[in-house]
Write a protein that binds this ligand. Sequence first.
Ligand code: FES
Length: 67
Amino acid sequence: MKVTVDGEEITTTPRTISALLLERQQHHGLFCGIGVCFGCLVEVNGTPEVRACQRALAEGDDVRTHR
Ligand code: FES
């Protein structure tokens, strides 16, 4: 699938946003990994404060880390 991360289009496999960002070393924090700490917030398709560890990537997602 194709998604965009901070303006860069990339091809990736289905997984959580956290998993992708960790692989790319673009994550600003992974803490609990189970949706409790809110340490992994990103913007997805214009929606702010999405927990990256709880959101599966979908085709065409536009992810902003605001780093
Ligand atoms: S890592 Fe804790 S809510 Fe995502």
